[in-house]
Ligand binder design. Structure first.
Ligand SMILES: Cc1cc2nc3c(=O)[nH]c(=O)nc-3n(C[C@H](O)[C@H](O)[C@H](O)COP(=O)(O)OP(=O)(O)OC[C@H]3O[C@@H](n4cnc5c(N)ncnc54)[C@H](O)[C@@H]3O)c2cc1C
Length: 382
């Protein structure tokens, strides 16, 4: 058995693990990062296919208003000029997302701003009480036409449940603009690392030892013995062997195709909002590289399918229903019995978090963990 020779063993080479590792190495710590996948980057992983940075686990667009997170990541990448302007496809017609004057005109013809406002106001009035489910919430916010065409089928496929059976909280805010500005995010900083997320993460991990294709659970005792502290970014319920029960997740399937044409669709991401089209969206990866896309011959597309998570599949989205939230509280209590394990990231905390929020969480956790007084106390007690 290897002797303990790391300050930290970090399980997961995603954005949380990479950020924590980078900060720990910068503080002079010895760090081992393991991941069961064959490439670092976690869900943001990109790999080169036919000269295109393919987003292996679904499209990832970085966006943030957090200057400190932006400045931090700028040390490892340069963001390109990509601006997210997704489209939706419903019964043979294409619609612009988010909901803007473009969308209203695609739906209702050549309407003015005040006419669009009036149509939406009238349709929203259909819901006269506090919305009790996602369907009512959506109709109360954007009206029935936009709901039926652009929200209903997509959301149903994404969550595997009728919108009337989903809580309103899932879509409390639906961005809606009475202008022609189609950029999806209002964030101050946005784009995609010019050479992909995985290259960025590799730079962040440069000072750590990295072992890929390694499942923590396969050699748990070995990894536990290698360091004083484990930073765990897998699922918290999996860590405890599901001993208190299983949290609910959605999983995804990705079907990739390399095509001998230069353009497949009009935008990097197109949502398919018909309930009877089995995939939720198609990503055409080259459009994430606006500076070079037109010079690339051929294209790569990925169809994305959503399903209920089951054992052996990758958990992608925490569902966060009431039963899971109650169970999570019990796992958080149980985690207190493991002071030498820090649960981080979106699976470790069972929270839907965007990339910037995950980096922020890791920066904060690393700061608290690595602060000099704490290290001093550990030395005294150890
Ligand atoms: C389809 C999709 C699209 C998204 N789009 C966006 C977007 O456009 N913009 C945005 O800001 N955010 C987006 N996100 C969110 C983003 O992916 C996350 O915020 C971020 O990647 C989470 O980082 P993480 O390190 O917490 O977790 P992860 O990226 O999940 O990394 C965890 C890592 O731990 C490894 N691991 C788990 N268990 C074990 C084990 N037992 N042994 C070894 N390794 C293990 C996993 O293999 C994984 O690599 C999207 C997420 C998904 C699923």
């Amino acid at each position: 058995m290897e002797a303990a020779r790391f300050d930290y063993v970090i399980v997961g080479a995603g954005l949380y693990g990479a950020t924590f590792a980078e900060r720990a190495v910068a503080a002079g710590k010895k760090v081992l990062v393991i991941d069961r996948r064959d490439k670092p980057g976690g869900n943001a992983c990109t790999e080169s296919v036919s000269g295109i940075h393919v987003h292996r686990y679904g499209p990832h667009v970085f966006h943030t208003n957090d200057k400190e997170v932006y400045d931090y990541l700028s040390g490892f990448c340069t963001l390109n000029s990509f601006v997210h302007t997704p489209k939706a496809f419903y019964r043979g017609n294409t619609y612009s997302l988010p909901f803007t004057m473009h969308t209203f005109r695609e739906m209702w013809g050549d309407v003015s701003e005040s006419e669009a406002r009036e149509i939406i106001r009238r349709q929203c009035a259909e819901i006269k009480h506090e919305p009790r489910n996602l369907e009512e919430q959506a109709i109360a916010t954007v009206g029935r036409d936009l709901y039926e065409t652009l929200i209903r089928g997509y959301t149903q496929k994404q969550w595997g449940r009728e919108c009337s059976a989903l809580p309103p909280s899932i879509i409390k805010r639906i961005p809606i603009r009475f202008t022609f500005d189609s950029s999806y995010y209002n964030a101050r900083y946005q784009g995609i690392p010019t050479d992909g997320y995985t290259k960025m993460v590799e730079r962040m991990l440069a000072g750590a030892e990295v072992r890929l294709g390694e499942d923590y659970f396969a050699k748990r005792d070995t990894y536990d013995s290698l360091a004083g502290k484990i930073i765990f970014t897998g699922s918290i319920d999996a860590y405890f062997g599901y001993s208190l029960g299983r949290l609910a997740y959605r999983t995804l399937t990705f079907e990739q195709e390399i095509l001998d044409i230069d353009r497949y669709q009009t935008s990097a991401v197109v949502n398919y909002t018909d309930a009877d089209v089995p995939w939720t969206r198609i990503t055409e990866h080259k459009w994430f590289q606006p500076e070079t896309a037109d010079t690339i011959r051929g294209t790569v597309i990925t169809r994305e399918y959503s399903a209920e998570w089951e054992d052996g599949r990758e958990p992608f989205y925490p569902v966060g229903d009431e039963a899971s939230e109650n169970l999570l509280k019990k796992y958080i209590e149980l985690a207190k019995s493991r002071p030498n394990v820090l649960f981080g990231g979106r699976l470790g905390r069972y929270r839907y978090l965007d990339m910037d929020a995950v980096v922020r969480m890791a920066l904060d956790d690393a700061k608290a963990e690595l602060r000099p007084e704490k290290a001093g106390r550990q030395r005294e007690s150890g």
